[in-house]
Design a protein around this ligand. Structure first.
Ligand code: NAD
Ligand code: TDX
Length: 378
């Protein structure tokens, strides 16, 4: 039986992981530590509240004493670290929070882990798993090979630079102190509980409410999409069979340009509204409610500064060594995700509060209206 501390377990990937783990390992103790920033939502864990083996702690990973007390008091043997500032656009407008949480916060966890698990030189069985991103590797050209675990780091945004720094700290605690760490560098996730500041959930809620769907630049930037359930399964494989000190890249082998992805979501919305009269009643502002194509909402806007052109993950190591392969096909995963948002309207309406609206206004009003257009600049 394991005793897990999951940081950031009220966020998008963290809460999916907690649900996944509890379902697969019902006898394990799971403690979630989350600061409930704008992206953290305790409601995502509501269905677990009644379980005696589950505990939610509202707190900050930068609070080393709190983390040390949890590791000690709960007898934690496995720390899975998701907590982060995670949105690239927010890191461009306000990098300070990214330095604090992603770098200082990760170091705080490492300090607590070292203090607890390596005390007196007598190592208790333990594992520190660090969840990181493909963005640390920088940007690929159209013909470049995908990122492997040996690709040199070249982060381009304050977000990816802060994640790169955290990766290096985790690595150093293994090499210097013998802390048993693993790291996964994952491509873009999507699925249930995705905060609607990121592309896919933002597009879905805007399609439903008939708002403009903002596509940065020429829409030809490429991301490698992975359903969050596959990411959770990959982390499980690493915790169970991964080797301390190793890094594993995780990807979906599902590259898409942003504009193709957005068009796929528009086509899904069109088909779902055609099929289901209840949707036409519930979301009357969507063009699809009037039998018009949602593609009319696509609006090209000013590009993200320093926008990485292409990410792609070579996931052959985790496949060969741990037997992990992503199972969800992109088209199926997008349809399932669209349906999840339709069925969980209360969840996303609940988090699109004042602070969310202020973010949307700040981010998208920076785009001069003359830059809003139906075709990209050539
Ligand atoms: P998210 O923003 O949805 O969730 C982050 C969570 O961390 C939130 O619940 C937030 O409240 C919490 N948090 C933030 N600061 C905290 C602090 N100081 N103390 C405690 N909790 C804090 O992010 P996500 O998309 O779920 O990403 C989770 C992790 O996965 C991050 O480390 C991110 O870098 C990494 N990652 C994300 C993706 C992706 O596509 N979303 C891809 C690869 C890697
Ligand atoms: O309104 C938008 N319009 C748009 O064209 C938004 C929000 C995004 N985009 C573009 C930018 C990217 O090319 O879509 C692509 C995806 O954007 P995001 O959803 O913001 O994700 P990305 O910047 O690629 O980063 C994500 O994947 C890697 C996560 O947010 C990170 O946490 C993770 O590390």
């Amino acid at each position: 039986m394991r005793k897990l501390l999951v940081t950031g377990g009220a966020g998008f990937i963290g809460c999916n992981f907690v649900h996944h783990w509890v379902q697969k390992n019902p006898g394990d103790r799971v403690v979630v530590l989350d600061a409930l920033t704008y992206a953290g939502n305790a409601a995502s864990l509501d269905s677990l509240r009644a379980k005696a083996s589950f505990r939610f702690v509202h707190g900050d990973i930068c609070d080393t004493d709190l983390v040390t007390n949890l590791l000690d008091g709960e007898g934690i043997d496995t720390l899975v670290h998701f907590a982060a500032e995670s949105h690239v656009d927010r890191s461009i407008l306000g990098p300070d929070a990214f330095i604090r949480t992603n770098i200082i916060g990760t170091h705080s966890l490492l300090t607590a882990a070292r203090k607890t698990w390596l005390r007196d030189g007598a190592a208790r069985p333990h594992r520190f798993h660090h969840v990181s991103t493909d963005e640390v590797y920088g940007s690929l050209g159209p013909e470049d090979p995908a990122f492997s675990e040996t690709t040199a780091y070249a982060p381009n945004s304050p977000y990816s630079a802060s994640k790169a720094a955290s990766d290096h700290l985790v690595r150093s605690y293994h090499h210097t102190y013998g802390l048993e760490v693993t790291t996964s560098n994952c491509s873009n996730n999507y699925g249930p509980f995705h905060f609607p500041e990121k592309l896919i959930p933002l597009v879905i809620v805007n399609l439903l409410d008939g708002r403009a769907v903002p596509v940065y630049g020429d829409g030809k930037n490429i991301r490698d999409w992975l359903h969050v359930s596959d990411h959770c399964a990959a982390i499980e494989a690493i915790l169970q069979r991964g080797k301390p000190g190793e890094v594993y890249n995780v990807g979906g082998r599902a590259e898409s340009t942003n504009i193709d992805l957005v068009r796929m979501l528009c086509a899904i919305a069109d088909a779902e509204f055609t099929r289901d009269a209840a949707l036409r009643e519930r979301f009357p502002k969507s063009p699809a409610a009037r039998a018009e194509s949602c593609a009319k909402l696509i609006t090209y806007v000013r590009d993200r500064p320093g926008h990485d052109r292409r990410y792609a993950i070579d996931c052959s190591k985790i496949q060969a060594q741990l037997g992990f392969v992503a199972e969800t096909k992109l088209e199926e995963g997008l349809l399932e995700t669209f349906r999840w948002f339709v069925s969980n309207e209360a969840w996303w309406r609940g988090i699109m509060d004042g602070s969310y609206q202020r973010w949307i206004d700040a981010q998208y009003s920076r785009t001069p209206s003359s830059n809003l257009q139906s075709e990209p600049n050539s």
